[in-house]
Design a protein around this ligand. Structure first.
Ligand code: SF4
Length: 317
């Protein structure tokens, strides 16, 4: 009939999501806190990728940044201190169809959660992990964290933190089966967004170390870096982050770094003269644990019971 198409599919998405569809409760972080920038970047990525809110989950532990799930209109799991990663791995193990994001802080991940951190990297399940590093326990009002700098005065070290700080980027690069490590800063929203976007698109465990400002307790720590871009080393490569020249141009120090080069990534992560930002390492060929944990999920209940009975017979139980 005239005017009728044979194929009526109009390539129109059944639902279109705007930013509002990902905005949960009003964020109650302090004014100027870097967490706001990360939240905005994640909401933009969700909108740009048109992630189904009901297929997206934010998992967190305890700390200021771990309030993240409340501020997203997706599923969320605000867990226990240090336990964001095992919960996220559990979610991915049984629901590989979900987009899993993890919000964790330097105290949450690198102290009480450190054991889970190294094994989650080794499991290499497909999720985007954001380490909010503000060098302090903010929610509990300024105790020394594993990344606090020597001399930094805190409630637990009023005369200044004493030990050398842990380097989360360097540590993660050393864990078995690592597949994606990047570093960014909250005060460059373009780089922050591009880094989180690359991490989200990586198939495997993406670890993004975010230098995050805490104007309440560690206001001075990143001030010099924020005000003087010559303290930053911008990593760029055709397989890494490629910024618009107008944004990249503000960085005097730049370096082409192939994210496949693990040795160079380790050397970069240990640099103390400049702060390198970008993708340090990426290798999508590493095995992902959900490739095993999801075997048999398509079976019916009857098939599973039959399989279980076969196992019981095998061991004559
Ligand atoms: S205490 Fe620091 S990290 Fe916590 S919300 Fe305030 S500025 Fe952000």
């Amino acid at each position: 009939m005239f005017g009728l198409k044979k194929d009526w599919s109009l390539d129109v998405l059944p639902r279109y999501f705007t930013l509002e569809d990902y905005e949960g409760a009003i964020a109650r972080w302090c004014p100027g806190c870097g967490d706001h920038a990360v939240l905005a970047a994640v909401q933009r990525i969700c909108r740009d990728e048109q992630l189904l809110p009901e297929k997206t989950i934010i998992v967190s532990g305890i700390g200021c940044s771990s309030r993240f799930p409340h501020y997203m209109k997706t599923y969320g799991f605000h867990g226990l201190h240090g336990r964001a990663l095992p919960v996220a791995c559990g979610v991915k193990a049984r629901r590989p169809d979900l987009h899993v994001w993890v919000a964790t802080g330097d105290g949450d991940c690198c102290s009480i959660g450190a054991g889970h951190w190294l094994h989650a990297v080794r499991y290499n399940m497909d999720m985007t992990v954001m380490l909010f590093d503000n060098n302090i326990y903010g929610l509990t009002k300024a105790q020394t964290s594993p990344t606090s700098r020597p001399g930094q005065r805190t409630n637990t070290h009023p005369f200044g933190a004493w030990l050398p700080p842990l380097n989360p980027t360097l540590a993660t690069l050393g864990f078995t089966n690592v597949s994606f490590v990047a570093k960014t800063v909250d005060w460059n929203p373009v780089h922050l967004h591009a880094t989180l976007d690359a991490a989200f698109k990586h198939k495997g465990f993406s670890f993004v170390h975010i230098h995050q400002r805490c104007p309440q307790y560690t206001a001075k720590i990143y001030e010099a870096m924020q005000q003087d871009p010559s303290t930053i080393l911008l990593l760029n490569h055709e397989n890494g982050i490629q910024l618009d020249p107008a944004v990249a141009g503000m960085y005097e120090h730049q370096m082409a770094h192939d994210p496949l080069n693990h040795n160079e990534a380790v050397a970069l992560a240990g640099r103390e003269d400049l702060l390198p930002i970008g993708i340090f390492f990426q290798n999508e060929s590493r095995p992902r644990y959900e490739q095993v944990t999801t075997i048999g999920m398509e079976m019916t209940t009857e098939e599973r019971i039959a399989g279980l009975n076969r196992e019981l017979d095998r061991f004559a139980i």
